[in-house]
Design a protein around this ligand. Sequence first.
Ligand SMILES: C[S@@+](CC[C@H](N)C(=O)[O-])C[C@H]1O[C@@H](n2cnc3c(N)ncnc32)[C@H](O)[C@@H]1O
Length: 377
Amino acid sequence: MEFQLYATCPDEVTELLAKEIESIGGTNIRTAYRVVYFDASEEVYYKAHLHLRTASRIYRILKSIPAQSPTIVFDKAKKIRFFELFSEKHPVTVEVVASNREGKIPCHLIGSKLREAINDSFQHNLKVTPNASSRDAVVGIAGFFHDNRLTVSIDTSLNSLHKRGFRIDGHPAPLKESLAAALLAVCEYKGTTDFFDPMCGSGTIVIEAAHIAMNRAPLMLRKKGEFGFEYLNDFNPELWHTIQERAREAEISPRVGLFASDIEPEFVNLAKRTAMNCQIEKYIQFNTKDFFKIEKPSDCGTMIVNVPYGVRMADQNVSADFLRAIGDHLKSNFKGWRCGILAPLSAPLKAIGLKPNKQAKFLNGTVPVKLLVFDIY
Ligand SMILES: C[S@@+](CC[C@H](N)C(=O)[O-])C[C@H]1O[C@@H](n2cnc3c(N)ncnc32)[C@H](O)[C@@H]1O
């Protein structure tokens, strides 16, 4: 069985995600705005949900239909064999987005026609009505409206894939795990050298780095029933189980040092507890320390610093003095290290006083941010 899939991600990440998809065996890979399309065997379809670090969601394309009017949408969509795909007992959501709304039919109208078509498919073929409750929905039908066509898909991830299944709430400004993975990829972190996050907060980046160093599939800790594909009639639990087992057997103990610290003891404690949730606390050395009093823990490695932008994400003030002090501390104490600094785009980044050999822009929530990568000699 061959699947046509697409994975969504921030627009800056599409190339990184395309490489990940290639590495797990996806074919016919094409990037577009905030999306990577690919074809997958059944095995690659499951592997994508378990192994892709930078993806936000994965969708399985059911059909592309003409959508010049709501009536056409209904007529074409009711021929999609929804009744064969999932049980009428599962709550279903329907969401339609458009690439460009101007002069087009409103998305909510297409959405309601799509829902009518799903109902019709069940009523006509099975004489039952699907569960329309949007609470606790486990089947997500997605429509993408573009150029008078509607691509109808199923969201097979259910929860956004940055939700790896181990986070503990408690930090005011945690990064998404998928963004942490993108930062590590830009720094070319492969898990073969030491890693240090000296402003670790809830520990997102160091935990992602640890998972890379131990060759752990990022979604390994999601529980049964937390992926959308598990609710589809063609779910193959044996194959899924085999793929999970293979991934588990491929895990190793990290062969590198992993270090994390923060000036706030409560955040160090939170990061430690989160690492315990993943059973990896023994691999990471945690410390409560001021960055400006820290020496490098080994001769060389990779460090990522997600500088504080204030308690709330919207408070983007990072002073030139603070960035200058970070740059000075790196120059005098971290020779031999590759250092990535993530700060708001609006911050006076030149104050760091080092020439970056790589830069990448991202959105952290709603805040435009930049990762600057320096090799310190
Ligand atoms: C933006 S948060 C990091 C969030 C983290 N990446 C996460 O995903 O949870 C910045 C962190 O820097 C810490 N911090 C601020 N000044 C520091 C300093 N001088 N030394 C060490 N940590 C510091 C704060 O306590 C805060 O947890």
